[in-house]
Design a protein around this ligand. Structure first.
Ligand SMILES: Cc1ncc(C[n+]2csc(CCOP(=O)(O)OP(=O)(O)O)c2C)c(N)n1
Ligand SMILES: [Mg+2]
Length: 332
């Protein structure tokens, strides 16, 4: 591989910090979830932090992003409010979806995070619509749409890619390929030997694969794609290889179920995006051990503020229960 120029030190440090923020948020969530005060299903992305962080660093604050059921990292990395995220987990009025949505319905319009819904692939055409709007307005904004390998098996994905290519829309299709859809590995879902990125290329879209556990690689690829999109060059499909550590849904490990091997799990744990980044930053003298400690302490304090905010917030009033269920039934 040709040698690439190193990224600026500050950016490399920021990428690490941002990943640690996602990790510590979710680790705190793992501790608190069994208390049963948060009653929404939760899909963790521990192990998958590098992709949202690398993509978001390539986006501008007013660019857009959308996601699905596993969206904490996508929301936070795009600038979503941490206090309001925890409040949403607790079903509180101060939550980012007013406590009505839970973990799978995060939204922060001010941060450009236009929403997440758990119907697999459902936000892909919506994100393409957003990008279509940007193109019509000429506002130079880019939309990043996150989804898993499983979502590429949905019809909505294929229609959306075709339309984005046809209209040359400013979209980053970001596929986090973690090898599984719930307990089903790719081998029982797609023909042997298929590479998702190759398959999708047939639509006439630039389609690339990258290391989804390396925030710097994700950043470089996303930056190239975002710059192209902003200049009118159309969409890019980015397939990032990564791995979820915890069970599909919930705060436990589920390796005892036998749907994936211990050896595979251990192999991916060694590729922990934080571990690798930390090693590289120390080796390149971008940070010291003391810097790392301070970064961690700062983030832990921020997370505690968010948890306290959420716990101290009131529940929504019962009168809102039937609002926002059908168009026109709520406040907007
Ligand atoms: C249309 C639809 N079908 C099935 C489900 C149930 N379901 C929820 S998450 C999930 C797995 C999706 O896998 P993938 O897209 O690879 O995302 P990952 O969970 O691996 O991040 C499934 C099948 C759903 N929510 N929506
Ligand atoms: Mg998957």
């Amino acid at each position: 591989m040709p040698k690439v120029k190193a990224l600026p030190a500050k950016l490399r440090r920021d990428l690490y910090r941002s990943m640690l923020r996602l990790r510590l948020c979710e680790e705190r969530l793992v501790e608190l979830y069994p208390e049963q005060e948060m009653r929404c299903p939760v899909h963790f992305s521990i192990g998958q932090e590098a992709t949202p962080v690398g993509v978001s660093a390539a986006l501008r604050p007013d660019d857009y992003a959308m996601s699905g059921h596993r969206s904490h990292g996508h929301y936070l990395a795009k600038g979503g409010d941490m206090n309001r995220m925890f409040a949403e987990f607790y079903g509180k009025k101060t939550g980012c979806a007013s406590g009505m949505g839970g973990s799978m319905h995060l939204i922060d319009r001010e941060a450009g995070f236009l929403g997440a819904t758990p119907i697999v692939a459902s936000t892909i055409p919506i994100g393409v619509g957003t990008a279509f709007g940007s193109k019509m307005r000429g506002d130079k904004k880019v939309t990043a749409i996150y989804f898993g390998d499983g979502a590429t098996e949905e019809g909505a994905f294929h229609e959306a890619v075709n339309f984005a290519v046809l209209k040359k829309l400013p979209v980053l299709f970001v596929c986090e390929n973690n090898l599984y859809s719930v307990y089903s590995p790719l081998s029982v879902r797609q023909p042997a030997g298929r590479v998702i990125a190759d398959h999708v290329r047939a639509y006439g879209i630039e389609s690339l694969q990258g290391d989804g556990n390396d925030p710097e690689e994700v950043y470089r690829m996303s930056m190239t794609a975002a710059t192209k999109a902003r200049r009118g060059g159309g969409p890019t499909f980015l397939e990032f290889a990564t791995y979820r550590w915890l069970e599909h849904c919930g705060a436990s490990y589920d390796n005892d179920l036998g749907y994936r091997s211990k050896a595979e799990f251990e192999r991916w744990k060694k590729k922990c995006p934080l571990l690798r980044s930390r090693k590289r930053l120390l080796k390149d003298k971008i940070v010291t051990a003391d810097n790392l400690k301070n970064i961690e302490a700062d983030i832990r304090a921020e997370v505690e503020v968010a948890v306290n905010f959420a716990q101290a917030s009131p529940f929504p009033d019962k009168s809102v229960l039937f609002k926002n269920i059908y168009a026109g039934s709520g406040d907007g």
